[in-house]
Design a protein around this ligand. Structure first.
Ligand SMILES: [Zn+2]
Ligand SMILES: [Zn+2]
Length: 306
């Protein structure tokens, strides 16, 4: 986990240790992403390395890799993650879709590695035939095979899902099973990403954050939690539907985000928002990040009291 990112830049702003950021656009090329992070005072980013809703693949060549790396350095980005294509289903029983998905996922890891990203976030697939055990095994083996095919250091993070339909990974038990199976082959290249909107939709009550983290500790292990997606939810608790809302304006509300931003066990875990961008992505992201930063413990206030 990212121990070096511990500590914070203070309650108000984005100091060097600030751990909140956003999913940012790669319009015009991946090397533009760090500058977009700069516009919103973020040093943690997530990006797509290709169009996420298309099968079309692409490679990251040496020029692009060098341009991204130098832009990242100039922007002081501490953590950078990719997110895989929404079309990928590594748990499917359909062999044609499976092989297409595995090829696409392997390319995602290859691009992430070329860009020098820290993490590659992936949604567990759908067991469309209803056989969840088979789906979990196939999904885990496929990720381990992709890591075999692309040696390197990028760490694959299994993202907890909202659990709609036959989606795997909406329970900590299933995430733990995937993690253990992949960990037998690649213990240093696998971890977990949790999304507050998905947790809420899947029935994890974030108002009782300590209980949720305790359940995570006993099933997965908190040390495997490497990344957080902070999104409010536009759908009710337990709805199993995934629709993101602005921080504090959805069905989750402010209180759980305040708990999350203050919890010592999550202090060093990088966090990104995937909230609605509206017509003005910079203004929208700045507003959501400002809300989260305001929830941080007020260190100065505490000191004055002492
Ligand atoms: Zn997410
Ligand atoms: Zn989502």
């Amino acid at each position: 986990m990212a121990a070096e990112s511990q500590g914070s830049g203070g309650p108000a702003g984005a100091g060097p240790g600030d751990e909140v950021g956003a999913h940012v656009s790669i319009a015009g090329g991946t090397a533009n992403a760090p500058a977009r992070a700069r516009e919103i005072d973020a040093r943690v980013i997530q990006l797509f390395t290709k169009q996420a809703n298309r099968w079309a693949e692409r490679d990251v060549d040496a020029d692009e890799a060098a341009a991204f790396r130098s832009a990242r350095e100039a922007g002081g980005i501490t953590h950078a993650a990719s997110h895989d294509s929404y079309l990928i289903n590594l748990a499917t029983a359909d062999d044609v879709l499976f092989h297409r998905s595995l090829a696409s996922f392997t390319n995602e890891i290859r691009r992430s590695e070329a860009l020098g990203l820290d993490f590659a976030v992936t949604h567990p697939g759908n067991a469309t035939d209803g056989d969840r055990d088979r789906g979990l095994r196939r999904n885990a083996d496929a990720i381990a095979d992709a890591l075999d095919a692309v040696p390197g250091r990028v760490r694959v993070l299994l993202e907890g899902t909202a659990g709609s339909g036959t989606a795997l990974g909406s329970t900590f038990e299933e995430l733990g099973e995937l993690l253990r199976r992949i960990g037998e082959r690649h213990p240093d290249r696998i971890g977990i990403c949790l999304d507050t909107c998905h947790l809420w939709a899947a029935g994890y009550d974030l108002r009782a954050l300590d209980d949720v983290l305790e359940a995570l500790e006993t099933t997965v292990g908190l040390r495997h939690l490497a990344f957080l997606h902070l999104n409010d939810s536009a759908t009710p608790f337990g709805s199993r539907r995934d629709r993101h809302a602005d921080i504090g304006e959805g069905t989750i509300g402010e209180a759980p985000f305040r708990l999350l931003m203050c919890h010592s066990a999550l202090a060093g875990v990088p966090k990104v928002i995937e909230t609605p961008k509206g017509d003005d992505a910079v203004a929208a992201d700045r507003a959501n990040l400002a809300r989260l930063r305001a929830f941080r413990p007020k260190k100065d206030a505490k000191r004055r009291k002492e």
